[in-house]
Design a protein around this ligand. Structure first.
Ligand code: CUA
Length: 360
C-alpha cells in the first residue's frame, strides 16, 4: 500500500515535472523576446502593427488548437463501449460539424487574416508618412538617406547626402536617430537577400537590379538585431545586422565621427600595425579612408574599432576574436570571402589588431 502510494506520488511528481517543463518551453520564446529578435518585440510603429497581427494570429491559433484537442478527446471518449451501443459508421448526422468546422470557420478566419494582411501590405513600405502605397513616381523621387547593399554575407551601409563630403560608408551596424523616419534603399551586389529588423519593421527583399525601399522609425533608443531573411548561400544564417537607435544628438555625434578619416595611430604597436595592414592583402579588399587601402569588395574598416561586432554581427569585436578572424575566418564563417591569413608573426598580428582597435 505504501509502495502504491509512493508510486502514485512519483507519477504525480512526474506529471508536475512534465507540466512545468512544458510551461517553461512555452515561456522561453516569450522571455527571450526582450533580448532576441522577435516580431512580438516591437519598437517602432510599423513593427507594432505587424506585432498586433502576429499576436492575434498566435492567440487565435492557440485557441483553435485547444478546441481541436478537446473535440479529439471527446471523440475518443464517446466511441467507448460496444458496437451495439453506437450507430453504424455510415449512418447520417454530423454534416453540420463538417460544414461549420471544416468550411465556415476556416473561411471566416482566413478571410479576416487575408484582408488584415493586405491592409498591412498596403501601408508598406513607407509606413509613417500618411500611409498608403506611394506611386512608382513618388518612389523614384524619394531620396533615401541610407543605401544598404547586401553581399554574401554582410551588409554594406552607405549614408548618403547631396554633399559628397557628408557621405560615408560603413558595414553591418546601422545607426538611426530615434523618432525620425529613415528612408532606406536596399540593393544587392550578388544574390537575393532580405533586410529584416523585426523590432522595427517587416522584411524587404534585396533583388538584383531592382532597388527596393523601406522607411523605418524606432520609437525608443536601443539595439535591435536583424537577420538576412532570404536564403542566400552557405553563410545565410550568419548574415546578421545590428541596428542602433540613438537620441538625435548622439546620432549626429556618431555621424560626425564616422565622417572622419581613419584615426592616425599613436602607440608604437598601432603605428607598426598600420604598416602591416598596408603591406598585407587586407588593403586590397578593405578601405580605411585616409590611407592607400581602398579595396571595395569587403567591409569598410575606417571605423572598425567603433563597432560592437565583427563578421556581420556574429562575433564580438575584441582582440581575441579579431585575431581569430584574421587567421581563421574560414573556421568562423566557412566559405566567406575572407581568407585565412596565417602569414603574420605573433607580433605582427598583435600590432595589426592594435591598429584596427584604435580605428574608432
Ligand atoms: Cu543574405 Cu540570406
Amino acid at each position: 500500500m505504501r509502495g502504491l502510494h509512493r508510486s502514485r506520488r512519483t507519477i504525480r511528481g512526474g506529471r508536475a515535472g512534465a507540466m512545468s517543463l512544458m510551461l517553461a518551453a512555452c515561456a522561453l520564446p516569450l522571455a527571450g523576446c526582450k533580448l532576441a529578435q522577435s516580431t512580438y518585440n516591437a519598437h517602432g510603429p510599423a513593427a507594432a502593427h505587424i506585432a498586433t497581427l502576429a499576436w492575434f494570429m498566435t492567440i487565435l491559433f492557440l485557441v483553435i488548437t485547444a478546441i481541436m484537442w478537446i473535440l479529439i478527446g471527446y471523440a475518443f471518449y464517446r466511441r467507448r463501449g460496444s458496437l451495439e451501443t453506437h450507430e453504424p459508421i455510415d449512418s447520417s448526422g454530423g454534416e453540420g460539424w463538417i460544414a461549420i468546422g471544416g468550411f465556415a470557420i476556416p473561411v471566416v478566419v482566413l478571410t479576416i487574416i487575408f484582408i488584415w494582411g493586405l491592409m498591412l501590405l498596403g501601408r508598406y513600405p513607407i509606413h509613417g508618412v500618411g500611409g498608403g502605397m506611394p506611386s512608382a513616381k513618388a518612389m523614384m523621387a524619394m531620396k533615401p538617406k541610407i543605401r544598404i547593399i547586401g553581399h554574401q554575407w554582410w551588409w554594406e551601409i552607405q549614408y548618403l547626402s547631396d554633399d559628397p563630403s557628408q557621405s560615408f560608408t560603413t558595414a553591418n551596424e546601422l545607426h538611426i536617430p530615434v523618432g525620425q523616419p529613415v528612408s532606406i534603399e536596399v540593393e544587392t551586389a550578388d544574390v537575393m537577400h532580405s533586410f529584416w529588423i523585426p523590432a522595427l519593421h517587416g522584411k524587404v527583399d534585396l533583388v538584383p537590379s531592382q532597388p527596393n525601399y523601406i522607411r523605418i522609425v524606432a520609437s525608443q533608443p536601443g539595439e535591435y538585431h536583424g537577420q538576412c531573411a532570404e536564403f542566400c548561400g552557405d553563410e545565410h544564417a550568419r548574415m546578421l545586422l545590428l541596428a542602433i537607435a540613438q537620441p538625435p544628438a548622439a546620432y549626429q555625434a556618431w555621424k560626425q565621427a564616422q565622417l572622419q578619416p581613419g584615426h592616425e595611430p599613436t602607440t608604437p604597436e598601432a603605428i607598426e600595425g598600420k604598416q602591416v595592414f598596408l603591406g598585407s592583402p587586407c588593403a586590397m579588399c578593405h578601405t580605411v579612408r585616409g590611407t592607400r587601402a581602398l579595396g571595395h569588395v569587403a567591409p569598410d574598416l575606417t571605423h572598425i574599432g567603433s563597432r560592437k561586432m565583427i563578421a556581420s554581427d556574429v562575433y564580438p569585436n575584441n582582440n581575441a576574436y579579431l585575431m581569430a578572424w584574421i587567421t581563421h575566418a574560414q573556421s568562423l564563417k566557412p566559405d566567406c570571402l575572407m581568407p585565412n591569413l596565417t602569414q603574420f608573426s605573433g607580433t605582427q598580428l598583435q600590432d595589426l589588431v592594435a591598429y584596427l582597435r584604435q580605428l574608432q
